[in-house]
Write a protein that binds this ligand. Structure first.
Ligand code: GLC
Length: 754
């Protein structure tokens, strides 16, 4: 009896299952009315182990559709993997048309139709290129960086992208390192505020005009690569990690960064990608990071090269067990993870946890509900290089350029100048203008320094003298041309520097002095007796010691992006009063590197000018000064500022110190200007030695000629604390020194005791 009834009942039941339950059961992950978590878990439950490994596999795509790809076996194989559900993300696939065509294959031709994440290095602009991040940080205006990131995201997302590998927050004190341009200099606070600003700017509210940010390269102090040599060994203490290198990453995580990227280097002797301390203990457990990690290019496979894995399977296992997740371009995960799980070497729970986070963000971006919402070619055409974007790039450029010298008010030049000589190859070379990380920015769109001056002075006669060759050498003929044209010039703008082709990854340099031919050109100009300004076009602080001796004025223009020439012209001819301050020290010689303001005192400190009889057995060089040529926080204005004395009042309690430090700042010059008022402190006696100065706050104030303002800083217990080597915050009673000034060297001082 029972045998006949039961099947019958089951059969009948099928006809009475409510239709939406059938729909939900079959397509819960496609039901947009359900919570994302529900959809993630449903989809996860439908995936094979290979498909899960696929979500952790990122390939560099390039052009995947069309005749060019059809004849390329490598490209065809990527589409085979795509259709097999073995790819979760592609980088370097660009443009609304191309990303849409490839997304269609993933969504419509794979078993589960899981959409791809399209990623790209949108570092400082997509097509409209902004100043390099190092230059942007010199504005000390995080809001400006947030706006630049937001514009970059708007352009990149209109081109089909969902995810950028930025901001790079590897604090560094070494201008020999090519990637110094990608960061925000030598100070933890500056790096932290710009990290958060860029994350906010890129991500917005995760609509289809923004991008997932990817803070890199977590977390092992890549910027401390020995000798500034790219991909070199890093060996810093946990104490340095917690106090110097970790804060910017933490600020980015706290700002809600969706993803982070592993670094290439070792930390504590273990590659960042397989470093459980970094990825799990710090990032996930202590900081509560809920997003996901992507490796740097093939950094999972490089665990073998570093010498911490025997083969690809072991490299994959060590990366996953450390807590790392998506594998960029090494393919060790897609090749080995299923077997590692089957062999019990990697818990399935870790794989599911990683895959869930990637699926979460695909749902969060709405890719399951409308995979083609980023594929609007008309919107792309209207968005790229929009006039408002270019205007913003120009404003950012002029706000980022640092006036290092201006003797006898050489600058600003008069806009009524009739004959302007623009000298130097880099003054008019679009080819040398942009850096390696200029995304889809085109050299042909760059306004060079020469063009920018011509734009600003349409009635002036702008002559040009090349001055030196691309190889840095010069010739008698070139110098004669400079000399001749200088004779008839009212004003002279001489551009030197380092080509943008040597700016960025894999571009470390051991010599940061201007090329001999460039110096020959400057000496020729000096001999004419005419006033001239030197504009430095470089992605890192150069050694300007010899230039400083020759040039009446120096404007450090960095690499200012698509509108660099307009930005520089605005400063040179007075339409904009420079306000930028450098966020990285300028060494007097390469041998002085690393030189930075927030150094420890040592047991035998030396201060330039201390040269006395007992000043021999001290921490110094015998052949160069100890101080940098230009210190952290330094930058001139066309006006001048005078500081009063620091007034401090306690607003705290016995158990919780808190102070208000205030100081008056007066514009003593004859034009309006902006001053970046900087607040530093020192804890001169603590259980761990503390830096002689630490930037703890800053305020960029605008003052009219003759105007004074009282600038106030609230000093709280966090500012007075530091981390011990275990990352525990330490606040100790005792004396604290406060400093306020317009740079890290020229400061007023006050003391408190708590
Ligand atoms: C590079 C860089 C990394 C970049 C990635 C993808 O090697 O180290 O910053 O995001 O590869 O281009």
């Amino acid at each position: 009896m029972k045998r006949t009834i039961l099947p019958l009942l089951c059969l009948l039941a099928i006809f009475f299952i409510p239709s939406n339950a059938a729909a939900q059961t079959d397509y819960t992950y496609k039901n947009k009315s359900l919570p994302i978590e529900t959809r993630v878990q449903d989809l996860l439950g439908r995936m094979t182990l290979e498909e899960k490994a696929g979500q952790l596999n990122q390939l560099s795509g390039g052009v995947l559709t069309g005749p060019q790809a059809a004849n390329d076996p490598g490209q065809k194989d990527k589409l085979v993997q795509l259709r097999a559900g073995k790819v979760g993300s592609l980088l370097n696939v660009l443009g609304a048309q191309q990303t849409c065509a490839v997304q269609k294959i993933a969504v419509e031709e794979s078993r589960l139709g899981i959409p791809l994440l399209f990623a790209y290095d949108v570092i400082h602009g997509y097509k409209t290129i902004f100043p390099i991040p190092l230059a942007e940080a010199c504005t000390w205006e995080p809001a400006m960086a947030e706006k630049a990131a937001s514009i970059a995201a708007k352009e990149a997302s209109s081109a089909g992208l969902h995810w950028t590998f930025a901001p790079m927050m590897d604090l560094t004190r070494d201008p020999r390192w090519g990637r110094v341009m990608e960061g925000s200099g030598e100070d933890p606070l500056i790096n932290s505020v710009f990290a958060a600003a860029r994350v906010r700017g890129f991500q917005g509210n995760f609509d289809n005009q923004h991008l997932l940010a990817c803070v890199k390269h977590f977390g092992g102090a890549y910027g401390a690569s020995e000798a500034g040599k790219e991909y070199n060994t890093v060996d810093v203490s946990r104490y340095a990690f917690w106090n110097t290198y970790a804060p910017p990453y933490k600020a980015a995580v706290d700002a809600g960064a969706a993803t982070l990227m592993n670094g290439f280097n070792i930390f504590d002797g273990i590659p960042s990608s397989s470093n459980k301390f970094l990825v799990t203990d710090v990032l996930k457990n202590r900081w509560g990071f809920k997003g996901f990690l992507v490796s740097d290019w093939a950094s999972f496979r490089e665990i073998i090269t570093h010498g911490q894995a025997e083969d690809r399977a072991e490299a994959a296992m060590k990366a996953i067990l450390a807590g790392s997740e998506m594998d960029m371009e090494s393919r060790v995960i897609i090749e080995n993870l299923p077997q590692l799980v089957k062999d019990g070497k990697v818990p399935l729970s870790m794989v599911d946890a990683a895959v869930s986070k990637i699926l979460y963000w695909k749902f969060k971006l709405g890719l399951f509900d409308d995979p083609y919402s980023y594929c609007d070619e008309k919107k792309e055409a209207a968005t790229l290089m929009a006039p408002a974007h270019l205007d913003a790039a120009r404003d950012a450029a002029r706000k980022s350029m640092v006036l290092l010298k201006n003797d006898n008010k050489t600058l600003p030049f008069s806009k009524s100048a009739k004959n302007v000589l623009v000298a130097g190859l880099f003054a008019d070379s679009q080819d040398d203008a942009l850096d390696f990380w200029c995304a889809q920015g085109q050299a042909k769109d760059v306004v060079t320094y020469r063009k920018g001056i011509a734009n600003l002075l349409p009635k002036a006669s702008i002559s040009y003298a090349q001055g030196y060759e691309a190889n840095g050498k010069t010739t008698a003929k070139l110098l004669a041309d400079v000399n001749k044209k200088a004779g008839s010039a009212d004003v002279i703008v001489a551009v030197i520097g380092i080509t943008g082709k040597l700016a960025g990854e894999a571009r470390s340099l051991a010599d940061l002095s201007p090329a001999p031919g460039q110096m020959e050109m400057l000496r020729t100009l000096k001999a004419t007796g005419k006033p001239f300004v030197v504009v430095v076009h470089a992605s890192r602080p150069m050694v300007l010691t010899e230039v400083e001796k020759l040039a009446p004025a120096i404007l450090n223009a960095w690499i200012g992006g698509t509108r660099m020439g307009d930005g520089a012209a605005d400063i040179l001819f007075g339409d904009y009063n420079p306000s930028a301050k450098t966020v990285i020290s300028f060494p007097v010689a390469v041998g002085q590197i690393p030189v930075y303001y927030n150094a420890y005192n040592t047991g035998r400190p030396h201060r330039d000018g201390d040269e006395g009889p007992d000043d021999f057995w001290v921490s110094r060089y015998r052949d160069i000064p100890g101080s940098p040529l230009y210190p952290f926080g330094f930058g001139l204005s066309y006006t001048s500022f005078e500081y009063g004395e620091i007034a401090v009042k306690s607003i705290g309690t016995q158990t919780e110190p808190k102070y208000e430090a205030s100081i008056s700042v007066k514009n003593t010059g004859n034009r309006e200007g902006e001053e970046i008022v900087q607040f530093y402190l020192r804890d001169p006696v603590a259980s761990y030695v503390r830096p002689v100065k630490e930037l703890k706050a800053f305020d960029k104030v605008s003052l009219k000629s003759g105007e004074s303002k009282t600038v106030k800083f609230t000093v709280d217990k966090d500012m007075l604390s530091y981390f011990d080597e275990n990352g525990n915050k330490v606040l100790e009673p005792g004396k604290f020194e406060f400093f306020v000034g317009g740079n890290s060297r020229d400061v007023k001082k006050a003391e408190v005791r708590w």
